[in-house]
Design a protein around this ligand. Structure first.
Ligand code: ATP
Ligand code: MG
Length: 352
């Protein structure tokens, strides 16, 4: 559990320290102050984002270095101190655990996990497919370091393949040179799909435990992964696709296939959520997905994630708040809200 957080020249903070309890913590404050900044600082080392984190924006304006320190208490009540500093001058991040320097990779292994609930996630099904892939990637990154490595390597392989495509177009390379990169792509995509499949299987089973979150209004939910790849024979289907489209790729000087063009949809009582859902259905499904993420990360990492709930309750009706509150009661939870104590008091039975 997170016991204490210290921030120096981080976002809007000059020097700030805050203690947390092991249950539910509420951060109440007006708009545009510091609430999200605190949750963002906690999330910084919980390492479940595949999206680019712009550390330079986190340094307080007119300063050149930020420092964040977290004190965690492990299951044996032993304290672990983790700190991260980032310098705008050197563009370097320094991480240490109990005052000893460690690498980002080591932090990935040791770091805590968090589940971030923000109002933005409510728009997941109105956003570009890339946002839905980020959702999947974030979950898998948090659980499997090899997934993160493979995605990074894959991006580099695609860049190299694109260079060869350009060279072939300009008559500087032979078509055969592409085979090496095609094989590398296939190898990495097999790994990426192996892990995506673990999550797909998990969601298919997961629905059985979550029907209560739909309040009896939704009977059948299916997670539909959208891809051009044939999961029964990944190697063959990618190779076939790459071979068939090589001439097009050469003209475009760009590889048009990667897991990055996949998407997913949720089929609710035989209707696509992306195309047909009501706002209420979307909210219910998002809660379902976030709780699935929570259970998945907990199961695969054997760590109990911290729940960061950033102004999320304002999106929900009382029934959903009630359902979510029962679930979060077992976790260390940090809630930010602009609503005053009256809001929390009105839900005292759930938030105590
Ligand atoms: N690098 C930075 N240096 C100084 N101030 C910053 C920096 N980054 C963000 N801020 C300031 O932090 C404030 C926003 O903080 P935050 O997003 O935590 O607000 P909030 O309390 O969550 O607000 P809301 O309720 O509107 O979501 C803004 O005033 C912004 O200008
Ligand atoms: Mg905010």
């Amino acid at each position: 559990m997170l016991k204490n957080l210290k921030l120096k020249n981080f976002r809007s903070f000059s020097d700030f320290e805050i203690d947390f309890s092991e249950n539910i913590n509420s951060i109440i404050g007006p708009n545009w102050k510091w609430k999200t900044n605190i949750l963002e600082a906690i999330n910084l080392i919980c390492n479940n984002t595949s999206e680019q984190v712009w550390l330079e924006n986190m340094v307080k304006n007119d300063f050149s270095v930020f420092f964040v320190r977290w004190i965690f208490e492990d299951e044996n009540w032993l304290e672990q101190e983790i700190s991260v500093s980032y310098s705008l001058d050197t563009k370097k991040k320094q991480i240490s655990i109990n005052k000893k320097a460690i690498t980002s990779k080591k932090l990935d292994e040791l770091g805590e996990k968090s589940i971030y609930f923000s109002p933005i996630i409510m728009n997941l099904f109105y956003m570009w497919p890339s946002k839905r892939r980020d959702f999947l990637d974030n979950i898998l990154w948090a659980c499997f370091p090899i997934y993160r490595d493979s995605l990074k390597k894959y991006e580099n392989v695609v860049k190299s393949r694109n260079k060869i495509l350009k060279n072939i177009w300009e008559w500087n390379s032979n078509k055969d040179e592409i085979i090496f990169w095609d094989n590398k792509m296939i190898e990495l995509r097999e790994i990426i799909y192996k892990y995506r499949n673990i999550f797909i299987d998990y969601t298919e089973n997961g629905i059985k435990n979550f029907s209560e979150y739909f309040l009896g209004k939704i009977e059948n939910v299916e997670f539909k992964y959208i891809t051009k790849t044939d999961f029964n024979d990944i190697k063959w289907s990618i190779k076939n696709y790459l071979d068939k489209n090589l001439d097009r790729d050469i003209i475009l000087k760009k590889t048009q296939i990667w897991p990055h063009i996949d998407d997913f949809d949720i089929i609710v009582d035989n209707k696509s959520l992306i195309e047909f859902a009501s706002r209420w259905e979307i909210k219910s499904i998002i809660i379902w997905l976030k709780l699935l993420e929570l259970d998945f990360i907990k199961e695969k990492t054997s760590k109990k994630p911290i729940l960061l709930i950033d102004d999320f309750f304002s999106e929900l009706d009382n029934k959903h708040i009630e359902l979510l509150s029962f679930k979060i009661a077992n976790y260390q939870t940090i809630i930010s809200t602009i609503n005053d104590l009256e809001f929390l008091n009105s839900r005292k039975t759930f938030l105590n």
